[in-house]
Design a protein around this ligand. Structure first.
Ligand SMILES: Cc1cc2nc3c(=O)[nH]c(=O)nc-3n(C[C@H](O)[C@H](O)[C@H](O)COP(=O)(O)OP(=O)(O)OC[C@H]3O[C@@H](n4cnc5c(N)ncnc54)[C@H](O)[C@@H]3O)c2cc1C
Length: 698
């Protein structure tokens, strides 16, 4: 064991915590339990940690024996209702308990006060008290963490749980909480079996407390004076179990807010028509998605031509005034900064506010508390148009740069740079790639960042700094070497640089197949004796690689999510065209070759979407490092799939598909860059292969 810095939250009501954070904490608990339950016990060497089948059956006998041993002759009197309860439980063991396949690692006492939370972020960093852990029926852990909804266990009495006393604001209902867990763990909705699991946990609690009471009577209880109440509380638990059993039903038949196809705002979307399953987002996400789709239809698609016209004119490096208006509208409609992950927002909130509550305006800038997985459903919609992401302040490289500041910036850096970025008042660039070295291997980066008194002096040449041509671009995050002699992964640092600093020369905009992506642009830049305050260093010298890892995980996935959207747009345009255009006496849609190709595109698109969502889910549950293999897979699969679908869409459009009369060529060009940008395919394939070989060696 090791010391773990963090917080223990003793009271499940979470007093003194804001509703938003309560919601985040409960979500974190559900996800933690799901992650624990998803452990592959065989591959981590715990395959023989216990018998797998008939866990509840054995537990009932164990705790019944314990109860009998704690009561009877010379001991407190046994409660007849307990013996009836034991009988009821024996007769109602769910069928799944006898099947080893539905079991896995069980903690045995999974409660909020056995969890260690991060010192400031609302996520679980440790799970304590493993003495009851074994293999078995995992629903017992789930029911245990849900007990606060049924009862409030005090040292000397039992009070009503949230379901009767009222759920504190922000805390989900029992059904929502369970749905979150089931969705994350890929478990079926417990339905009618839930009554058994709750009653079982109350029974187990009663048996344990009866044991404590018996020891108190004998004069050897460890709980001191408090132990004298435990006999009474044990009996209350038994009453509570019977009250549960006698209720008609504890849970609705289905999880709450299972989406119907029309909730998504697009009845034709087969992939999302299921109402249950691991990848079914909660209602709030579905609502945001519908609103986003409407915003795209009302405001973005109709403006695409206009935006393109300006971007191809002599005024190409200026911003279309309508874009700024749409940004204000998106803000008003609550479609702003949706990418901000709940955990990063919590850190920023703390730093910015100094522990005080933030004003509503400032709080709204920190997103709406979505996980990366949830954002996946929304980011995809934005990816349908190259113009959309920045309207919602969700464009690259700003999101990656804001993520860096959210995670690694100090208070002053957050105030100076993060807030204006979150407000959408300024934009930013990320300067890593250099023309003279192979930059897919970042150890090659040569730009020098030398400390001189209270400043750093930057000298180097960068290219492909996306966004640096934009007139709103104010900040560059520059990666370079602060120590050429340090160990290879400690040489690089990142520093915040005001783009107006003397010595920065924007040399030229680069083009991708002729597209310069104005007004955003990809710039070649030289840095000549650029003097920056020493306080602008991020996290400290030599921490560049560490930051790059943190930045690249979510940023890469955002690209993948947008590529899913680009491919969906391609599918939509392709099918619309095929249903209108007649060749050799038939619609294209009636030609056999088209039918086969469009079907194959759909298959690949759906496969890739699932992979991207899986990677986002792993990022949420396991963190950047452990999710890196799946993120790498998504990063390879998404651009290749999008290229195939968009290529097919262009083919169906004939020559028009290659022109700028449709959005297809631009979407294709952007997708093609992503086989190289943020790491070429080969580098990600290398990561996947390395992990595969490591697994084989274990
Ligand atoms: C549109 C666009 C936007 C970009 N935006 C940014 C930005 O904002 N900021 C920024 O810093 N950079 C940006 N880049 C640059 C991008 O990240 C780099 O181009 C990328 O990391 C590759 O580096 P490189 O071009 O130096 O290629 P190199 O490192 O020279 O690699 C060339 C080729 O070598 C092969 N290769 C590399 N590694 C391996 C391997 N391990 N095994 C086998 N073959 C391998 C691959 O085929 C690769 O394509 C952008 C690029 C594009 C096209």
């Amino acid at each position: 064991m090791e010391y773990l810095e963090g917080r223990i939250l003793l009271d499940p009501k979470l007093p003194g915590i804001t509703p938003n954070r309560r919601a985040a904490i409960y979500r974190a608990i559900a996800k933690t339990l799901a992650a624990l339950h998803s452990a592959d016990v065989d591959s981590i060497g715990l395959g023989k940690y216990g018998r797998r089948d008939s866990y509840c059956k054995r537990q009932i006998e164990r705790w019944a024996k314990q109860y009998i041993a704690s009561t009877g002759e010379g001991k407190p009197v046994g409660n007849p209702k307990m013996f009836e309860l034991i009988d009821w439980l024996r007769q109602h063991i769910p069928l799944e308990d006898s099947r080893a396949v539905t079991t896995g690692l069980v903690h045995g006492d999974f409660r909020i006060d056995n969890l260690v939370f991060h010192p400031i972020e609302d996520r679980v960093v440790g799970i304590l008290d493993w003495e009851l852990s074994t293999l078995g029926n995992q629903m017992c852990d789930v029911a245990n963490i849900c007990l606060p909804y049924i009862m409030d266990l005090k040292p000397d009495r039992l009070d009503e749980g949230f379901e009767v006393s009222g759920i504190p604001e922000g805390i989900p209902s029992q059904s929502e909480y369970l749905a979150e867990y089931c969705s994350a763990a890929g478990k079926p909705w417990p339905g009618t079996a839930w009554k058994f699991y709750i009653a079982f946990n109350l029974f187990r609690g009663a048996s344990i407390l009866a044991g404590v009471y018996s020891r108190w009577i004998m004069g050897n209880a460890s709980g001191g004076e408090r132990a004298k109440h435990t006999g009474r509380v044990a009996n209350s638990l038994i009453d509570s179990a019977w009250a549960v059993i006698e209720q008609k039903s504890l849970l609705p038949e289905h999880p709450p807010s299972g989406p119907k196809a029309q909730d998504w705002g697009e009845t034709e979307d087969q992939s999302l028509s299921n109402s249950r399953g691991k990848f079914v987002p909660r209602k709030k996400v579905l609502e945001l998605r519908s609103r986003l789709i409407k915003f795209m239809e009302d405001h973005i698609y109709p403006m695409e031509n206009e935006f393109s016209k300006l971007a191809n004119s002599t005024l190409r490096w200026t911003v279309h005034p309508e874009e700024e208006k749409l940004k204000e509208l998106a803000k008003k409609e609550g479609l702003w900064n949706l990418w901000v992950p709940a955990d990063s927002a919590a850190r920023a909130r703390n730093l910015i506010s100094d522990g005080r509550m933030l004003s509503d305006d400032a709080s709204n800038l920190l997103g709406v508390g979505l996980s990366n997985l949830e954002y996946g459903y929304l980011c995809e919609i934005m990816g349908r148009s190259v113009w959309a992401p920045q309207v919602f302040n969700c464009g690259a490289p700003d999101t990656g740069n804001m993520e860096v500041l959210l995670r690694y910036g100090n208070k002053e850096q957050l105030h100076e740079w993060l807030i204006p970025l979150l407000e959408g008042k300024i934009r930013s660039g990320f300067s890593m790639t250099e023309p003279q070295v192979a930059s897919s291997d970042a150890t090659n980066i040569e730009c020098s960042i030398k400390r001189q008194g209270d400043s750093y002096i930057i000298n180097g040449k960068k290219w492909w700094t996306s966004g640096a041509m934009d007139p709103r671009c104010k900040l560059l995050i520059v990666m370079g070497k602060t120590d050429f002699t340090a160990p290879i992964h400690k040489q690089q640092s990142m520093i915040l640089v005001d783009i107006q600093t003397p010595g920065i020369h924007i040399k030229r905009p680069l083009t991708v197949f002729g597209f310069d992506d104005a007004p955003h642009g990809h710039a070649e830049i030289s840095f000549e004796n650029v003097r920056v305050p020493a306080t602008n260093i991020l996290l400290g010298e030599g921490r560049g690689f560490e930051i790059a890892q943190g930045r690249l995980g979510p940023g890469r996935l955002h690209h993948c999510m947008r590529l899913i959207g680009a491919a969906e747009r391609g599918m939509q345009l392709m099918v619309q065209r095929a249903l209108k255009r007649r060749v050799f006496g038939k619609l294209i849609a009636e030609q056999g070759s088209f039918l086969s190709d469009v079907a194959k595109c759909r298959v690949e698109l759906e496969q890739t979407r699932l992979l991207v969502l899986e990677a986002a889910d792993q990022l949420d549950r396991l963190g950047n490092k452990k999710a890196r293999g799946t993120i790498a897979m998504a990063k390879v699969a998404a651009p290749n799939m999008a290229l195939k679908v968009l290529d097919m869409a262009m083919q169906v459009h004939g020559a028009a598909g290659l022109s700028s009369d449709t959005v297809l060529a631009h979407l294709w060009a952007t997708a093609r860059t992503l086989r190289i940008a943020d790491g070429p395919d080969e580098v990600h394939l290398g990561t996947i292969a390395k992990l595969e070989l490591q697994r084989a060696k274990l």
